[in-house]
Design a binder for this molecule. Sequence first.
Ligand code: NAD
Ligand code: TYD
Length: 340
Amino acid sequence: MRLLVCGGAGFIGSAFVRRMLALHDDWQIVVLDKLTYAGNPDNLKPVKDDPRFRFVHADICDAAAVDAAIERAGGVDAIVNFAAETHVDRSIAEPEAFLKTDILGTHTLLEAVRAHDIWRMVQVSTDEVYGSIDEGSFCETGRLNPSSPYSASKAGGDLQVLAYHATYGVPALITRGSNTYGPYQYPEKLVPLFVTNALEGEKLPLYGDGLNVRDWLHVDDHVDGIAAALTAGEPGEVYNIGGGNERTNREITAIILEELGLSWDTSVRSVTDRPGHDRRYSIACDKARAELGWEPRVDFDEGLRQTIRWYRDNEWWWRKIKHGTGEFARWRKRWYEERA
Ligand code: NAD
Ligand code: TYD
């Protein structure tokens, strides 16, 4: 299998690359990544000298660069697209890049699949495209009802994929994963932000009443679900990939504090809620179980505690991000100062 993995320097994309190269001796992977603030070569350090791996610094919106990457590889069997702007809060403050990458970038890749002889494209999407649900769970035919510029842009990408399959027969499919946690996640997202803040003696900024619910999925399980969709999924189909671990943000916060031996009263600060904050995400994953033979394996409590310990033991990785280029500090000032 020769793969073009777009966005492979980010959190989930890099986990996919590391894991697939470890599992499959005969897979070759070209990562194409723009290296935005969230893209990080350190995430690919474990594979950088592997002869089956190559890195191309490019934007998925740049059709010529995507074509050149495919041609230089001598063709690819599949594209797996992780490349996206991914942070809901940034999409509220600075939405334009989300529309460009998450919609137009997806379009560029679909055109590349049309133009080249490519067997499969997997579009990595999110349960957030369904929006919030108070009770029950969405299956794949659920109405798209996104609330943030991020989830609306991801939904736009998904609809392009389905339209290209229907119109041109492009062999693309979609996975919709739930909130993912694990090592190497940029520390703007809930788990790594709260763990690293706690390790630095900073407050944990909990939005609103802290009772919003997310379904937590370990990154290894997410990556295995994407790989199962790549190898066993049907073009034109959508597969929900959820962890089955619905927890409130308060519950996540309490585990982090307990693992690090800190108290709620001295560590947590309630801050102004996120506008349009989805209350609960929940997806049914019977289709992935039945048709892909996939199910999550990582025990949630153990997976989260291991993840917390990974950030504790790998300060070299996140300290550069939080205190290096100034981008993280800019974002923190822009977003959190007004919520204090
Ligand atoms: P991330 O923000 O950690 O990484 C995104 C990567 O895409 C970075 O390496 C970045 O440099 C790259 N990128 C951004 N714009 C690009 C462009 N125009 N061209 C090329 N590369 C570009 O994101 P993540 O958390 O790893 O998410 C990966 C995918 O999974 C996204 O599509 C996201 O919507 C989806 N997803 C994420 C989660 C989650 O909880 N993190 C859950 C479900 C689905
Ligand atoms: P996040 O990790 O940004 O993922 P998403 O918004 O895509 O679900 O947020 C997860 C939950 O944590 C969400 O309900 C918002 C909440 N949250 C906070 O309470 N404080 C924070 O500083 C952040 C970043 C998130």
